[in-house]
Structure formats: structure tokens, C-alpha cells
Design a protein around this ligand. Structure first.
Ligand code: ATP
Ligand code: MG
Length: 582
């Protein structure tokens, strides 16, 4: 690895929750997470109670829970007491609409306050919450509602009219449609505003049990058809503990998670984890805009910031000068998830914001952060860090039977010992697929990784994306990271193409930074740079220029699509595809 370790200062170590991370890991078991929570007064466990009512019961109802910024700079503040009351009203509306505990409510709307109230109000009433990304087209919405047997949806009038009304009658389970932005609802729908206004703000939280279903999250669809992962109320053990360990969430901390609740990050860490930890959550309704984001960090004195590599690369593309006028001195901790974070991005964080980005790894299936760079620990840029307290992770050889743990430095599949509280309980209607993810006492993640001598985990690529060329195993991430170190390259996607002699050869797609134009000379130069960094066996044989790379709406590069297009194969499920200008 060519990047130097970033050593933590004493102040950074002191800031960390696990001041002595080694000790924290060994001494932790999940019962301690239970001690961070209350449980329901009458027995049972409910995520919404832990996120809201508990703080009111402890006398913290006046603390700011949610500060919301509208697209046109409208601002709305909600204390913990405000959200407790609003979600009680919502739960009452659900009951009055004929819904019952166990029913499934979907959300399909932008990041409006009602979305947050609906999420927690649904859980409070004992219903199951399933968030969908609002920009989905009618087909992806319908498929996901069929898979999850939706009973109700909270959405806007326009989304309903354009994307649901036509086929609504064909989904018999779908009983109730709540519209958030009308005073009078069209036939067959409920106007949510007036219903909330008329509802009581007293509601006895449903007596859900730890193993009751709470959330259905659909995966990002990066590798194929999205799967519906089921999570239970007990996941809140992981939400509270991992938020504290990996993000340093604490009462009153000012925290901004840029992920949309339509994806698991935006729910686990964009709603639940910060609130169960008593933090103040910032939400911006608008999409990425450089000055808006920098302005938000400065004005709101953001302390903890959780974002994604795709956004970090966009900021890097604009250059450090664009950040120079802003004051980021309140920032304490920066984290990233969703895709591999290139070492250059980690270091850039330190240069521009005064702190490195802390990469962490998890999946829809794991429900919470599993492997992370912690505030108290030195960072090896490009590494995902180490397993969190309570998590046992390994790298295993799946060719061997039984599974064998790989030696340090050896590439294998990233695996986890089952048993953490936010582990998915099934893939809806795909029990066989679910069962297949477990072998010899391990959960197999589908990602490839390696562990170094000191226990740091390094992401190599998706199992499907690994390239085998002339006897070498090549992970796309390593090649992509080398490419984006070239001054002209903003983003890179790397795939293997079939080749008679080598088995496969490496091909790269890159988008360029402002001020650079595609040319043969630049192509040669980028290849030369990669050869120098990686050696001729690993460097791409060919580099092609693209304005943008195909990505999921959650910002992940879809390498399988680059490959399908290259080989003229079927594109498969592209319901989550965002940019498509290639
Ligand atoms: P699908 O399972 O439908 O193909 P997906 O795997 O992209 O989609 P998610 O559950 O949203 O759906 O994403 C989890 C995956 O994202 C991980 O398995 C991993 O491949 C990738 N990922 C997440 N965080 C990191 C990280 N820090 N470094 C590298 N990869 C990451
Ligand atoms: Mg996946």
C-alpha cells in the first residue's frame, strides 16, 4: 500500500467513544446494547419508542431532534417531544384507517418531515415500514410493493397520480393511500394533513417483541434484481451501539447523514441511529449541490457527517479551492459508506475538512455497520477498518469444503459470524437464496476482501466483479483507485473482458475532471500512470472515456452494466439505474 497511515491525534482519540478500541472490542457483548436502551414500559421492544418516547420519559423532550431544510430554504425544527406527539398522531391515523399491527406501510416521497414522521409512526403502531426511493418509476414501485405485499403507502398527490393510480387496483393488498400534500383527497385516498390534525396525540406504543418484523429494505440492485431484506425491532440494539462506536453519535451531537431513507443507510443512520442516540439530525430535502453542502456544514456547525464516496468524488472534482471560503472547524468526525472509498478521498478529507473520511462497510442485509475505521484508531487509507465490537468478521476461501479462513493478505469472501441483532431475518419470498448465504457457521457477504497482518480489512470487489487475468486475481477497486490518482480522472469503473490468451483483460471506463478533454494522448498517459502504479499485468489494457458512469440511484457504479453493454449481453434489472448517458 502506497499511502501512509494517518495517525490520530490525542484530541481525536479523546473524542472517540471507544477511547481504547482494543479494550472496547474485547469487553463488549450485545447485552450491553440492551443497557443503552429502555425497552417498553410493559415489556417488549419498539424502535420508535427507543428513538423518541424514551427521551421524553427521561426529561429530554425539549432537545432538538430534527432540523429540516426544504428545497427553497424553508426551515422546520422538531424537538423530541414534537416528534413523539406527531408520530402518535400518525399511529392513531393508521389505526383509524383500518390498518393493524404487522401490516406493511411503504413510503414513496422526497425527504419531507412527513416521511420521518411516517417512518417512526408506523413502527410505533407496530406496522412494518418499507421506504422506497421517490424517483423510482411505476414498474420498480409496483414490483417492490408486490414482493412486500404493501398494505398502505404514504406519498404525494403527483407521485400517486403518475406512478400508482393506474395499477393500484391490481394489488389487492394495498388498502390505504395517504397523500401528504392535499387538503381534500381524491376518491380512494386519505388526505394525511387533515387526518393528522384531527388525531389525538396520545398513543400507547404497540407492544412489539424483539423478533417482530419492523422494516423491509430493498437492496440497491447493483448486482441484479433487488432483494427484500427483512429486519426486526431488535435491530435497534445494533442501531444504538454501532452509531455510538462507528459514528460517535451522542446526545446533542449535530449530525448530518446525506443518504436518502429510500436506502438502508438513510433509515438505519438517517433516522433511527441518531435518534436512539439522542443526537440532532439534520435533513436536507435538496439533492447534492456543492455550495449548499458546504454552506450547510458551516452554518449548522455540523459535528458528525456521514456521506458516500460518490459525493466525496464530486467534491474532489470541484477542487479544494471551492471549499476554501468555508469554515469547517466544528466538524469532528467524517464517515463514508456504500462503495469502496478510494485512498485519495480519505486523505482529501483531512486536507480540506481537517479530518480524514472514515470508511465503513455494511450491507442492506447486515442492517448496520459491521466493519469501520474508528475515531480512536489510526487509518490505513483504502482499508475499511476493523470489525466493530460484537462483530466477528473473517475472510474465507469458499472453494474449500468446509470453508477455510484465509491467511493474512490472501483474497477471499468477506464473511461474518451470524448472531448480531440487525442481521436480516430473511429475503422475502426467497428463502432458498437466504439459506444459501450461510455456510459452515458463516454468513457470506458476496464481497471479496483481504485482511492484513494487523487485522485491517481491505475491500477487493464484488465476488462477481473479480477479474482473473494471466493467473492474477485483480480487484476492480485497486485499479480504480490507481486511476483516480491521475490528475485528469474523476471516476473510474473497471471490468474484465474475456480474452483468449489471458483469460480476461482489464478494461477501464473513466470520467474526467473539469479542464480535461478525451484524447489518445491522455488515454496513453492514464494507462502509463496505471502501469507504473500497478504493473503491466494488472493495469488496464484499454481506457475509454465516458461523460458519466452508470450508477444506481444510491450512487454505486454498476460494473455489471458496463460489462453487459460491452459484450452486448442483456442488461438485467436496471430499475435502480440513475445516470444513463454512456
Ligand atoms: P444488490 O445486493 O442488490 O446487488 P448492493 O449490494 O449494492 O445491491 P446494498 O446493500 O445497498 O446493495 O450495498 C451493500 C454493498 O455495497 C456491499 O455488499 C458492498 O459491495 C458495497 N459497499 C458498501 N460499503 C462499502 C465500503 N465501505 N467499501 C466497499 N464496498 C462497500
Ligand atoms: Mg448486495
Amino acid at each position: 500500500m502506497t499511502w501512509d497511515t494517518i495517525a490520530k491525534t490525542d484530541a481525536e482519540r479523546a473524542y472517540a467513544v471507544l477511547g481504547d478500541p482494543g479494550a472496547g472490542r474485547a469487553g463488549f457483548d450485545w447485552d450491553q446494547a440492551a443497557d443503552m436502551l429502555d425497552g417498553l414500559p410493559g415489556g417488549g421492544l419498539n424502535i420508535a419508542y427507543e428513538a423518541l418516547d424514551r427521551h421524553v420519559a427521561h426529561g429530554d423532550g425539549d432537545r432538538l431532534a430534527l432540523r429540516w431544510f426544504g428545497k427553497d430554504d424553508e426551515l422546520r425544527d422538531f424537538t423530541y417531544a414534537d416528534l413523539t406527539r406527531a408520530t402518535a398522531r400518525f399511529a392513531n391515523v393508521l389505526m383509524a384507517s383500518g390498518l393493524a399491527p404487522g401490516d406493511r406501510l411503504y413510503s414513496l416521497m422526497g425527504r419531507k418531515p412527513e416521511l420521518y414522521i411516517a417512518a417512526l409512526g408506523t413502527l410505533k403502531a407496530g406496522l412494518v415500514f418499507s421506504p422506497l426511493f421517490s424517483a423510482f418509476g411505476p414498474e420498480p414501485i409496483r414490483t417492490r410493493m408486490e414482493i412486500g405485499e404493501a398494505n398502505a403507502v404514504v406519498t404525494t398527490e403527483s407521485i400517486y397520480r403518475r406512478k400508482i393510480a393506474k395499477w393500484r387496483a391490481e394489488i389487492p393488498s394495498l388498502k390505504v393511500v395517504f397523500l401528504v400534500d392535499v387538503d381534500e383527497a381524491p376518491e380512494g385516498c386519505v388526505a394525511l394533513g387533515p387526518a393528522l390534525a384531527a388525531a389525538s396525540e396520545d398513543f400507547e406504543v404497540a407492544q412489539t417483541q424483539p423478533e417482530d418484523m419492523a422494516l423491509i429494505h430493498f437492496t440497491s440492485g447493483t448486482t441484479g434484481r433487488p432483494k427484500g431484506a427483512v429486519h426486526v425491532h431488535k435491530a435497534v440494539y445494533a442501531h444504538v451501539a454501532t452509531g455510538r462506536f462507528a459514528l460517535n453519535l451522542r446526545p446533542g451531537a449535530i449530525y448530518w447523514c446525506t443518504a436518502d431513507p429510500g436506502w438502508v443507510t438513510g433509515t438505519s443512520y438517517g433516522i433511527i441511529s441518531p435518534l436512539v442516540n439522542g443526537a440532532t439530525l439534520l435533513v436536507d430535502e435538496a439533492e447534492f449541490d456543492l455550495d449548499r453542502w458546504y454552506g450547510m456544514l458551516q452554518r449548522e456547525k455540523v459535528e458528525i457527517w456521514y456521506t458516500a464516496p460518490t459525493a466525496i468524488r464530486m467534491m474532489m472534482r470541484a477542487g479544494a479551492e471551492a471549499a476554501a471560503p468555508y469554515d469547517f472547524s466544528n466538524l469532528q468526525f467524517l464517515a463514508s459508506v456504500g462503495e469502496p472509498l478510494n485512498p485519495e478521498g480519505v486523505v482529501w478529507g483531512k486536507e480540506v475538512f481537517g479530518h480524514p473520511f472514515h470508511d465503513n462497510w455494511w450491507q442492506t442485509e447486515t442492517g448496520g455497520i459491521m466493519i469501520a475505521n474508528l475515531a480512536a484508531e489510526d487509518i490505513r487509507p483504502g482499508s475499511m477498518g476493523k470489525p466493530l465490537p460484537g462483530i466477528e468478521a473473517g475472510v474465507v476461501d469458499t472453494e474449500s469444503d468446509p470453508l477455510r479462513e484465509c491467511a493474512p493478505g490472501e483474497i477471499g469472501e468477506l464473511a461474518l459470524r451470524p448472531g448480531w441483532p440487525s442481521m436480516m431475518r430473511t429475503y422475502l419470498h426467497e428463502q432458498v437464496r437466504y439459506d444459501k448465504t450461510f455456510r459452515d457457521g458463516w454468513y457470506l457477504s458476496g464481497d471479496l476482501a483481504m485482511k492484513d497482518e494487523d487485522g485491517y480489512f481491505w475491500f477487493v470487489g464484488r465476488a462477481d466483479d473479480l477479474i482473473k487475468s494471466s493467473g492474477h486475481l485483480i480487484g476492480p477497486f485497486e485499479v480504480e483507485s490507481a486511476l483516480i490518482e491521475h490528475e485528469a480522472v474523476a471516476e473510474a469503473g473497471v471490468i474484465g473482458l474475456p480474452d483468449e490468451t489471458a483469460g480476461e483483460v482489464v478494461k477501464a471506463y473513466v470520467s474526467l475532471n473539469p479542464g480535461y478533454e478525451p484524447s489518445e494522448e491522455l488515454e496513453r498517459d492514464i494507462r502509463g500512470h496505471a502501469r507504473k502504479k500497478l504493473g503491466p499485468a494488472v493495469a488496464p489494457r484499454e481506457v475509454v472515456f465516458r461523460k458519466t458512469l452508470p450508477k444506481t440511484r444510491s450512487g454505486k457504479i454498476m460494473r455489471r452494466l458496463l460489462k453487459a453493454r460491452e459484450l452486448g449481453l442483456p442488461e438485467g434489472d436496471i430499475s435502480t439505474l440513475e445516470t444513463d448517458e454512456s
